[in-house]
Structures are given as C-alpha cells and as structure tokens.
Design a protein around this ligand. Structure first.
Ligand code: ME8
Length: 534
C-alpha cells in the first residue's frame, strides 16, 4: 500500500445553523459527517480546520425571540449553548465556532460589502414578491404550492413584500458561473445536485436583494443604515470570519491568509442554491478565490415521514445521544444512509437492529470471544506471530491487505456507508473464519502454531477495523485498542497525525506479537427497545 499524499491543510464547514429553535436531528447529521471527514483528514496527517457555528440574524430569529418574550441576543445566547452542548455530547471536534452576532464578524461583513459595492455590483431597486420567512428567501410564483405555500414549509404562509431593497447583480455572473461548473465538474457534488444547479442556472439568473427594511435584527447596510443586511449575505460570510485567529484584527486579508480556500462546504440539499450559486458569485465580485467543493447531502425523514413540528415527530438529538451514546448515533447515520441520498431514521426497525447486528454481534462478539481465547491459549498476549508470515491465502489477510486503500477511498468520496460496509465485511468473514478454523479444537489437538495464527489473524482484523472506523466510532475504537494493549486515544487530535502513521496503522499485519492484552469487556451493550420508542 502506498499513501503518497504529502501533508496539507484541509478546511471544511458545516452550515451555520439557525437559532430559531433547539438543534434539529438534521444539524446533527451534517455535523457528524463533517466531524468524520475532519477526523479522517487528521488521520491522514493533514492539518485540519473544522468550522461549525450559528446563524443568528434575520426575521426568523427575531420572531422566535419575540415569541419567547426575550431580546434576540438573549434568545440566541441560550440556543447557541444547546448547540455547543450537543456537539460535545456527539464528540464533535470542531476547531472554530462561528457566531454571526460576533463583533469581528460585523467588521468582515462591512468590508466585504464595500468590496462588492466598489465592484459596482450593488444597486437600489424595488423588491416585490412572496417571502418565506422560514427559508429567509423570496420565492418565485412557480415555486409555490397551491394556496401560496412554500414547498419546504407547507404549513407556513409566504408573505407579500413590496419594498425598496439593495440588490446584488447575480445576473452579471451567469457566464462565469457556467464556466466554473464546466471547468470544475467536482465543484458541486453529488452529481444529482450538480444537475439541479445547472438546470437552475440555465433558466437565467436574477439579481437578488441583499437588504431588508423594517428589520432591526441584523447589521445595517454601511452606506444606508435604515436597511439591514439580508441574513444570507451575512451568514455565508460567517465562514470567512471563522478563519480568523482568536485575537487577530478582523480583516478579510487576515481571514484568508492561512486556510482559504475552504476545501469543502458540507450542507443539506435545501441550501444548495445559496452555496453553489450565490456564494461563488459573491466571492467573484469581491475578488476572492472560490472554495474547493460544495457537497449537498440528502434529507432525513422519520419512519418515512418528513420531520416537522406540525407532525409532532421531531427527534431531539440530545435525548437520542443520552439514550444510546455518541458512537451509536454516529454509526447509524453514517452506515445506514448513502451520503448524498435521502434517508430514514427508524428507531425500532433500523436503528436498534443495525447497531445490535454490527457493533454488538459482529464486531463486539468477535473481539470478545477471540480475546478470551487469547487469554486461555496464549497467556493474555497477542499470539507470537508475525503478520507478514501468515500465508496470503488466509481470507482475513486477503481482505485486510487492500482494505485500508478501499476505506480511505470511501472517506475521500464521502461514501461513509461504503466504508462501514467494507470494514464489516471483513469482520463477518472473521466470524466465519473462526468458526471454521475452530481454534478450540486445534488447541485440543495440540496444534499451538495453528491456534496462534488463527487468533492473530482475527485480532489483527479487529484492530484494523477499529482503526479504519475510528473517524466514525472513536469511543469504541479506543476501547478496542485498549483491549488489544495499545495506549492510543483516537480523541487526541495530536496523536496519529502524520502520514507515516496512517501507512502503518491502515496496513494489515502490524499488530505487535506478544503485546500484553487488556481485559476483555463488551465494547457495545446490546440495545433493547425502550418502552417510549415508537
Ligand atoms: O439553513 N435532513 O440553517 P438551518 C438532513 N442558517 N439535514 C437536515 C435536515 C433534514 N431533515 N434538516 C436540516 C440554515 N438539516 C442557514 C445556513 S450557512 C451559511 C447558513 C441540516 O438551521 C442540513 O445540513 O436551517 C441543512 O442544510 C441545514 O441543517 C439547514 O440548517
């Protein structure tokens, strides 16, 4: 196996989530995926910056605060705490937390506005149209459902607006954007999302308004303070502000110095247009290089239904993690749903069975019974075998020799479920292999070398599985590594962070012979269906 990548920087973002309500399971989904990518990139020896945060301005937030009888800032501060708590519980290792109410963000927005203004791309005009406050977006008549409802928020009415707004000359960038999509086919992923954007842009781009009147909760337009900057113009720039070092002077130049361009914007399909059309055009106008790629994943449903407050089927991610633990939640979403496609959360029929099958039965039992045998037959040490001496036809070695490359490729492509499937495939082979080889019989026959080879092959396969799945289930990987006698901590960002390490750890056959093993303990307790589960 040859991992030749040299060390590089890798910056990625989650959306900056609205603070109109407590965190949504969808925010958890995107953020888990982003953390998995960040952890994988760190494993590859890259210097990584994971950005998450909150989008706090706009009418939607102002109204949410009003409804609670709180000032917008107090409301925001409180909800932001809930997001931070969730990320901690989900073991998300973010490096920057961007809040759009931060003073330094104001400085960046102002400077960016002036750049776009100086480029001649902002003008005053009349905005007439239907506005969806939940989307914070004007909708074309043809996009509305019957009864003038937004298709994304059918239970909320759109509102008629007829006001003077500042506009951004998006139409000026039509050709440049088309050229971008053509020259960089990977800019928008997956392919289905790229096609959506190409289709939208081919219909002709309209300028969009970047200011609101009669809205206090936001930054004023620097040249005309009775206008407030449109929440999306403000929010996208939160990605730039996040790049500033903690005490750095807030200028665009400083922000872009080290980490720009961002390598990956991870988002849901609902906000694709903002990231794949508006954002690159804004950056072109301000003469800033464009990000690497925008990946728009699919949407989650619950038991096959859209998740919505009106249907009363929302899932509180904090309660979910409290009940099942971070690794369980992380594993389910990464394994169950092909990233990019829509997917379902079904606690009884999918969540619990998948976790029990993969983590408790296949992976957990294989480790547990093999470790116990290693205690019984090999004195509690890794069998005295050199991985390189195991014959190539050993089925675990056959799989293990190419698994690292295969899983690395899956992570590169954000094909998380393929990564899990490939690793679990080896683990299932391990269970079959140990049953067939029956080391207990080999032991009775006095064939100690064969016993040791079988146990070594299995323990090494479990180690490799733990290593390759560590971006997804770092807690379980830590437990497995400890039981195999390592002191590794997959939550320590500074460990395992050079390319040579990845080459070693992702190769089959590197478990050191005679290493003292840890106590066998179940790595994942079988889940029961809770009484409250639906
Ligand atoms: O749009 N399934 O914030 P937001 C999967 N503030 N993912 C989902 C989901 C679902 N059912 N529901 C939400 C905003 N998401 C803006 C972003 S960025 C500069 C500003 C996830 O709180 C998904 O990532 O509405 C989606 O894109 C995002 O939450 C929307 O978050």
């Amino acid at each position: 196996m040859n991992y030749t990548d040299s060390k590089k920087t890798f910056a990625l973002t989650t959306p900056l989530y609205y603070v109109n309500d407590i965190p949504h399971i969808g925010s958890a989904y995107t953020t888990i995926a982003a953390d998995v990518v960040a952890r994988y990139q760190r494993m590859r020896g890259n210097s990584v910056l994971l950005i998450t945060g909150n989008d706090e301005h706009g009418q939607k937030i102002e109204r949410a605060a009003q409804a609670r009888g709180l000032s917008p800032q107090v409301h925001c501060d409180e909800i932001v705490t809930g997001f931070e708590k969730l990320w901690q519980k989900l073991n998300i290792q973010y490096d920057r937390f961007s809040r759009t109410t931060a003073e330094r963000h104001h400085a960046i927005v102002k400077e960016f506005f002036h750049r776009v203004w100086d480029a001649g791309d902002i003008y005053l005009s009349q905005q007439k149209g239907w506005y969806c406050v939940a989307c914070e977006e004007f909708k074309e008549e043809r996009e509305l459902l019957e009864g003038r409802r937004c298709s994304l928020h059918p239970n909320k009415e759109v509102e008629w607006r007829d006001e003077e707004n500042y506009f951004f000359r998006l139409s000026k960038y039509q050709t440049q954007l088309e050229k971008l999509y053509q020259e960089r086919p990977d800019f928008i992923q997956p392919e289905t999302r790229r096609n959506e954007v190409l289709n939208f842009v081919s219909q002709g781009l309209q300028d969009f308004s970047i200011s609101r009147v009669n809205l206090d909760w936001g930054f004023p337009i620097p040249t005309d303070p009775k206008h407030t900057i449109y929440v999306w113009f403000d929010a996208l720039l939160g990605y730039v502000t996040a790049l500033l070092e903690p005490d750095e002077e807030p200028t665009i130049k400083n922000a872009l110095a080290k980490w720009w361009p961002i390598d990956l914007h991870l988002i849901g399909k609902d906000i694709l247009r903002f990231h794949a059309v508006y954002w690159p055009a804004m950056l072109m106008s301000a003469n800033v290089a464009l990000p690497g790629r925008v990946f728009g994943h699919g949407f989650l449903t619950k038991d096959g239904q859209k998740i919505s407050k009106t249907l009363g089927n929302t899932i509180d991610p904090i309660a979910l993690v409290d009940r099942y633990g971070a690794d369980a939640v992380r594993y389910y979403f990464m394994k169950e749903i092909e990233f990019g496609k829509d997917g379902d959360f079904n606690e009884v029929n999918r969540f619990i069975p998948i976790l029990n099958a993969d983590l408790a039965n296949d992976l957990g039992n294989l480790l547990n019974r093999t470790l116990k045998m290693a205690y019984k037959y090999c004195g509690g040490e890794v069998p005295n075998v050199n991985g390189a001496d195991i014959p190539a036809e050993n089925p675990l070695k056959t799989i293990g020799l190419t698994l690292g490359t295969q899983v690395a490729q899956a992570y590169e492509n954000l094909a998380f479920s393929n990564a899990c499937e490939a690793v679990l495939g080896m683990i299932r082979t391990g269970n079959k292999y140990i049953d067939e080889q029956a080391p207990w019989t080999l032991y009775k026959q006095g064939n100690q070398p064969a016993v040791e080879q079988v146990l070594y092959s299995v323990l090494e396969s479990v180690r490799l599985a733990a290593y390759l799945l560590s971006p997804i289930i770092p807690g379980i990987s830590n437990d497995i590594y400890q039981q195999l006698g390592f002191g590794t901590n997959f939550n320590d960002k500074t460990q395992l962070s050079n390319t040579a390490d990845f080459t070693v750890h992702a190769s089959w056959g590197t478990l050191p012979a005679k290493q003292k093993l840890g106590e066998p303990r179940p790595i994942f307790q079988k889940l029961e269906v809770a009484e409250t589960s639906s």
